[in-house]
Design a protein around this ligand. Structure first.
Ligand SMILES: Cc1cc2nc3c(=O)[nH]c(=O)nc-3n(C[C@H](O)[C@H](O)[C@H](O)COP(=O)(O)O)c2cc1C
Length: 183
């Protein structure tokens, strides 16, 4: 069955390496027959979770009136989530991290999500892929904790200028991963 894939991107640099990786993945996933929804967290205003523990108690997923409440229905409709992100300080950039933090709403309200699997697409400046260990491990622990199957990780090192990914096999790998998502 066709999957509804939510692609959360984290780069504030429009058309940069992360956006290109996300587009390549989406092209592959669509080719495989899936539906994709792209959500650019850097274009949105999502504040950090304040641990008020009032999720879903005031009529919205998050009681803080920010853009998470437009993202929430997309999360609820998704079968799979893709985190497409630049690596900032060996971790997720603030814009994407704020959205990830607010998945907490579903934990404390014990609302079951349909999401069963996830993917990580990550670009970074360092040449050594081993230096992505922190963000990759963080993603893996999130997947394990949420009981999501890790359906693949694409790490693309050595990217500085916004088109650098074009000089690598990163887009090919991202597209192939999209194509490999099973029905
Ligand atoms: C604030 C900031 C922090 C960064 N931190 C790291 C880092 O810790 N490790 C790394 O390899 N690259 C780091 N980079 C480089 C980016 O991850 C890299 O250039 C990436 O390809 C940018 O993706 P984009 O073109 O989608 O914005 C950082 C860049 C910025 C702007």
């Amino acid at each position: 069955m066709s999957k509804n894939i939510l692609v959360l991107t984290g780069s504030p640099r429009k058309g940069g390496n992360t956006d290109k990786l996300a587009e390549a993945f989406i092209a592959g996933a669509r080719q495989a027959g899936h539906t994709t929804v792209l959500y650019t967290t850097a274009d949105k205003k999502i504040k950090g979770c304040i641990d008020c523990q009032t999720c879903f108690k005031k009529g919205t997923a998050c009681s803080v009136p920010d853009d998470f409440n437009e993202l929430a229905p997309l999360i609820e409709q998704a079968d799979m989530v893709v985190l497409a992100t630049p690596m900032y300080w060996f971790s997720f950039p603030t814009q994407l991290k704020a959205a990830i933090d607010k998945f907490y709403a579903y934990l404390i309200s014990q609302k079951t999500l349909k999401i069963k699997e996830c993917v990580l697409l990550v670009s970074g400046g360092v040449d050594d892929a081993a230096k992505f260990e922190g963000i990759v491990r963080s993603y893996q622990l999130i997947a394990e904790f949420m009981n999501w199957q890790d359906s693949g990780i694409v790490v693309v090192p050595g990217l500085h200028a916004k088109d650098d990914v074009l000089k690598t096999d990163g887009l090919k790998r991202a597209k192939e991963l999209g194509k490999s998502i099973s029905m």
